[in-house]
Design a protein around this ligand. Structure first.
Ligand SMILES: *Cc1c(COP(=O)(O)O)cnc(C)c1O
Length: 447
């Protein structure tokens, strides 16, 4: 018998560079951008090489729906073990009784919670987007905003902090079915216990969305909502330093009632098949987050944030709420005579990356904004500390205090390059051999 000639094109095993030079070249450019910029976007971070390896692994080939031991496809023995490992680690790290590691993102995790406890038209009370809340908490133009009846609390106009008595009064008036505690741009500690008391007083469920602070919570440097909130959701790519993904945690007090329900809300409620590669990356992330070096990283993150905030205050910048308790801060630029948009662009021109941000009671449009948000998670991962943070504050001031001259721009750019070269090693984007050489060079320079 003659074996038929195989006409299907085979992958010849070539890598990205030869298969798709265009995409390869874009990634190379982005690689260099990440190395040459001082990254101060508060939600940004750099994953470890281990997390990156898991993200880019062959696990992306495996199809699986459902949960370990309850799959709709066969061949799931390895990934059942993997997902169980990730779940066990999440429970241990956060002291949770139940964990769902399948949400594709933090927003998806929130949607699953909504599907679990709400019917269309039910009322939600969350933090106003312009006061630090998140899009997925019911902004008008989102799916959540269209399906549910969404209301928002604001920060106190004087202190720019959450005023729990006012939130209680508003909750008593609105009678929400679900309250949301958690923010994208709130520089202060959140009192989740108080939020639970308020929720209980009005008969609402409480969702704590810790997308921004989950790394601090994991390290024991921000009070955990797990003992209080009915549901805890998080992104995993921010302070937790994992892949772009999400997760849901339930405490002892709510797991019995909601564990099964939340699992069915994630799949098949709002999602399809599991992103198995992301589960692996989250498992690695959780292992890293259990190590003493992760706690040291978060301590340094908070210290860097304090240094940056103090320096800016000393240079006459107004920070929303007067400072920060966490990894981020909001600068009000109103009295400096520039908008958030202009500040973002000016800093981008010298390779300092930040984002314009609405401030509480902002009079500017969301496309312009009166402020910028800064965070220290990414630069802390990269190794910046102490004197270098003072230096970054100085450079920001040079660019924002007045219209910078051409000479100033050149000088600041050179300083940014110098700082980036002091910390050339970014685990996930350097090849190990090259980065070892860079570290050796740095060592020789220092000794
Ligand atoms: C970032 C963030 C999310 C979710 O973001 P994803 O991009 O969907 O992971 C949700 N809530 C808050 C408060 C956030 O800051």
């Amino acid at each position: 018998m003659k074996i038929s000639q195989d006409k299907t094109p085979k992958n010849d095993g070539s890598g990205l560079e030869s298969i798709d030079p265009k995409v390869f070249e874009i990634i190379e450019r982005e690689h260099n951008r990440q190395k040459d910029n001082i990254e101060l976007i508060a939600s940004a971070n750099f994953v470890s090489r281990a997390v990156l390896e898991a993200t880019g692994s062959i696990l992306t080939n495996k199809v699986a729906e459902g949960y370990p031991g309850r799959r709709y496809f066969s061949g799931c023995e390895n990934i059942d073990e993997l997902e169980n490992l990730a779940i066990a680690r999440a429970k241990e790290l956060f002291g949770a009784a139940h964990a769902n590691l399948e949400p594709y993102t933090g927003s998806q995790a929130n949607h699953a919670v909504y599907l679990t406890v709400l019917k269309p038209g039910d009322r939600i009370l969350g933090m106003d987007l312009g006061h630090g809340g998140h899009l997925s908490h019911g902004a008008k133009f989102t799916m959540t905003g269209k399906i549910y009846d969404c209301h928002f609390y604001k920060v106190d106009p004087d202190t720019e902090r959450l005023d729990y008595d006012r939130i209680l009064a508003q909750a008593q008036e609105i009678r929400p079915k679900l309250m949301i505690a958690g923010a994208s741009a709130y520089p202060r500690t959140i009192d989740f216990q108080r939020f639970r008391e308020i929720a209980d007083q009005v008969g609402a469920y409480l969702l704590a969305d810790i997308a921004h602070i989950s790394g601090l919570v994991a390290a024991g440097l921000h009070p955990s909502p797990v003992p209080y909130a009915h549901f805890v959701t998080s992104s995993t790519q921010k302070t937790l330093r994992g892949p772009r993904s999400g997760m849901i945690l339930l405490g002892e007090h709510s797991a019995a009632e909601f564990a099964r329900k939340i699992d069915s809300a994630v799949f098949p409620g709002v999602q399809g098949a599991v992103h198995v590669h992301a589960i692996a990356a989250k498992a690695v992330m959780l292992k890293e987050a259990m190590s003493p070096s992760f706690v040291a990283y978060q301590r340094q993150n908070l210290e860097n944030s304090q240094i940056l905030a103090q320096d800016l205050l000393e240079r006459g910048y107004r920070l929303v709420s007067g400072g920060t308790d966490n990894h981020l801060m909001l600068i009000d630029l109103t009295d400096k005579g520039i908008t958030g948009k202009e500040a973002e662009d000016r800093l981008a021109s010298v390779r300092i990356t930040v984002n314009k941000n609405m401030l509480p009671y902002d009079s500017q449009k969301p496309t312009i904004c009166s402020g910028i948000r800064l965070g220290t998670s990414a630069i802390t991962t990269r190794g910046f500390a102490g004197e270098e943070i003072h230096c970054i504050a100085h450079l920001i001031d040079k660019m924002l205090s007045s219209e910078p001259t051409v000479q100033t721009i050149t000088k600041v750019k050179n300083e940014v390059s110098r700082l980036c070269k002091l910390h050339p090693h970014i685990d996930s984007i350097d090849e190990p051999e090259k980065s070892n050489m860079a570290l050796e060079r740095q060592y020789q320079l220092q000794h």
